[in-house]
Design a protein around this ligand. Structure first.
Ligand code: ADP
Ligand code: MG
Length: 279
């Protein structure tokens, strides 16, 4: 068995992403109360930093410490980060429900839909989490269904700020080898990433939860990018309210200035009323 930082015992590999490999691990220093042998399960993400300058690595660790202070029920808890040999390791909460991308693919395969009530729960949880982050001037920059997790049927945003940590360390081009589906027009036009770009991505995710299809899709990367920059805002199916359709339309405004921020969205009656019903 492999143990990192004298503390995290690797249980199994969860998968490989753009930036590194994610493992399920046991935290040997966190016994679950009232049990003799159970340790808390966490996720350890190992990122190779072989090519980094020492000061860049220090920056990454410092940034990770900032993220570890974020504490919100709809954000994957950031527990720890450290350097182990050639690797930069990040330890976070484990979400046993897997990611939203898997959940959506499962629904497609089984010809199921996501319950509209659940969509609203998850959508407002996403907005509350993004609002919390934006108030602290932290952007996500890589919101997509693969970075959104489920735990006890609640949604949690993961990989928050990780792309920002890594942005300075990997070249920008490599971050664009990822999926373009959730990228906003301003990002594609190289007009800069801002908090409104996160809002665009949440709009795309809302559409995808409602229809199980990408908001902007096409046969090629260019076709997808063209639709994002020039295409019409897609409409939700009949069974969703005009109010929700209008929220989607606002979130997918091409011009970031016209797009609402999280605070604006939380004031919309449909959303405000749903939040009141949550608790
Ligand atoms: P990417 O986001 O590019 O897919 P990641 O390294 O973030 O790559 O994730 C790799 C795999 O590990 C994915 O299948 C993802 O669902 C899973 N995973 C990552 N973080 C968690 C977590 N906190 N809880 C459960 N599964 C996770
Ligand atoms: Mg991820």
């Amino acid at each position: 068995t492999r143990i990192l930082a004298n503390r995290y015992e690797i249980v199994k590999k969860l998968g490989k992403g753009n930036f590194g490999t994610a493992y399920l691990c046991k935290d040997l220093r966190s016994k679950i109360a009232d049990t003799d042998s159970e340790y808390e399960l966490k996720v350890l993400k190992e990122i190779s930093v072989g090519d980094l300058q020492p000061d860049e690595t220090v920056d990454a660790v410092r940034e990770a410490r900032v993220l570890s202070k974020l504490d919100h029920p709809s954000i994957v808890k950031f527990h720890d980060s450290f350097i182990d040999g050639e690797s930069f390791c990040i330890v976070t909460e484990y979400c046993e429900g897997g990611d939203l991308d898997c959940k959506i693919n499962e629904c497609v395969k089984n010809k199921q839909e996501i319950d509209p009530k659940l969509i609203m729960d998850w959508f407002v949880q996403l907005l509350l989490a993004v609002h919390y982050m934006h108030q602290r001037r932290v952007l996500h920059r890589d919101l997509k269904t693969r970075n959104i997790f489920l735990r006890q049927n609640m949604i949690k945003i993961g990989d928050f700020g990780i792309s920002r940590i890594l942005m300075g360390t990997t070249d920008l081009a490599s971050t664009f080898t990822g999926t373009p589906y959730y990228m906003s027009p301003e990002v594609l036009k190289h007009e800069g990433y801002n908090s409104k770009s996160d809002i665009w991505s949440i709009g795309c995710i809302l559409y995808e939860m409602c229809t199980l299809n990408h908001a902007f899709d096409g046969k090629s990367l260019m076709a997808v990018m063209y639709k994002i920059v020039e295409g019409e805002v897609p409409k939700l199916p009949e069974k969703f309210s005009a109010e929700l359709n209008n929220v989607l339309k606002l979130m997918l405004s091409k011009d970031p200035e016209k797009r609402p921020c999280a605070t604006d969205l939380l004031k919309i009656p449909l959303i405000k009323n749903h939040i009141a019903k949550l608790s």
